[in-house]
Design a protein around this ligand. Structure first.
Ligand SMILES: *Cc1c(COP(=O)(O)O)cnc(C)c1O
Length: 390
């Protein structure tokens, strides 16, 4: 073989069967082949295990999918390129023209856009309620045949808690499937509830490092089967290198989640004691309006603390800009702390009535608490509060 041929057919290196890598290697390859056409065809028909094309499956991504499924107490998972991608692909994959979707005002903004704009264009109708309105949910489900209920808990940004048992029971009774964006609660929580499809942005707690994006839908294998075919043609596949980074992030997932949650509680308590603060929302705080429900559903309460400054938006801006350890940006669940000022939390797609339901006020600030030293974080929050009062 001449050199231009050799660089395109590099020598195979076989690891002996009794010789195992401790960390699985990255299969950074789009294509896999079998030795015969017959085995290729058998594999494509699903009659034997194996891989063919990265858009359908890849061993590195598959390892991540199996890890995620077991963390969420289900047996199958499909990983995708981002959190919004998995929301879009799942909702497209589960609906058809004429279907009705029940969604909620207290929902990640892009999820509302997917339901209203994207699905709406294809003739899927929707109702948007408050996540706290159980009678409204029951009424909607019993009067409008509904394909699916899409909800999250705790909600973004004010950490309202959905009554998962009640919502899944009502959906089941009326023949709707439930899709729960479980990003805020994390992969280790809520698995015991009768949720059909769990969605996650892996960009957040799973990776933890804020340097990679990913999404996942986790469910029983038979529920994922119809989605698998749709996902493979929609094509929002997770790259194996990103899958590797997320798998690596998961090694420290529990330590991070618990440590950061413990810091978040202390920050919430510090804020709650301050006269400039009208209201603190952290599910682990006894004063949270749904603390009892949060305690019943969750073991760890997450890293998101939101609070309302009495003096409003300008005080929120001063608070935000005085912080030294918090990056003024979106996202959550990474090891560095983040802050969103009131000006950054405004939703432009909500009516006045929906804005009230959203519970986001002129003075709402959202924090995501990172892995910095706890005393340093508390001192930084004090600095912000002093600036807010100035
Ligand atoms: C961030 C986020 C998403 C979207 O995830 P990306 O990975 O940024 O696309 C979806 N849902 C929730 C609750 C999120 O916080």
């Amino acid at each position: 073989m001449k050199k231009p041929t050799r660089v395109n057919h590099p020598p195979a290196v076989h690891v002996p069967p009794d010789n195992h890598p401790v960390v699985a290697p990255i299969y950074q390859t789009v294509k896999f082949e079998f030795e015969s056409v017959e085995e290729t065809v058998r594999s494509l028909r699903g009659e034997r295990p194996g891989f063919f094309y990265m858009r359908a499956a890849n061993p590195t991504t598959r390892q991540l999918e199996l890890t995620l499924a077991s963390l969420q107490d289900r047996d199958d998972c499909l990983a995708t390129a981002s959190g919004v991608n998995v929301i879009a692909q799942t909702l497209i994959g589960l609906t058809k023209q004429g279907d009705h979707v029940l969604g909620f005002v207290e929902t990640y903004g892009p999820t509302r856009q997917i339901i209203r704009r994207l699905l709406g264009r294809f003739g899927v109708t929707h109702t948007l309620l408050s996540i706290e309105d159980l009678p409204g949910i029951e009424h909607a489900l019993s009067t409008t045949p509904t394909r699916l209920v899409m909800f999250e808990s705790p909600t973004n940004p004010v950490t309202k808690i959905a009554d998962i048992e009640a919502i899944t029971r009502l959906a089941r009774r009326h023949g709707a499937v439930t899709v729960m964006d479980n990003t805020f609660a994390g992969l280790h929580q809520h698995g015991e509830y009768d949720v059909d499809y769990f969605l996650h942005s892996l960009t957040k707690y799973a990776s933890g490092s804020g340097d990679v994006m990913g999404g996942a839908v986790i469910a029983r294998a038979e529920l994922l089967k119809p989605l698998r075919a749709e996902f493979s043609v929609l094509g929002g596949v997770l790259d194996p290198h990103a899958a590797f980074l997320i798998q690596r992030g998961l090694r420290t997932y529990f330590v991070r989640y618990r440590e950061q949650s413990a810091s978040a509680l202390q920050v919430a308590e510090r804020l709650a004691r301050h006269p400039a603060v009208a209201r603190v929302r952290y599910p682990g705080l006894a004063a949270h309006p749904q603390h009892a429900l949060a305690r019943a559903q969750m073991r760890d309460f997450g890293t998101i603390v939101s609070f309302d400054l009495r003096a409003g938006a300008e005080a929120g801006r001063r608070f935000t800009e005085a912080l030294q350890l918090f990056a003024k940006t979106a996202s959550l669940g990474s090891t560095e702390s983040l802050v969103m000022a009131p000006q950054m939390l405004k939703s432009r797609d909500l009516t006045a009535e929906q804005l009230v339901i959203s519970a986001v006020t002129e003075g709402t600030v959202r924090l995501s608490i990172g892995l910095e030293d706890r005393d340093d974080l508390l001192a930084d929050v004090d600095r912000g509060l002093a600036a807010a009062e100035a």
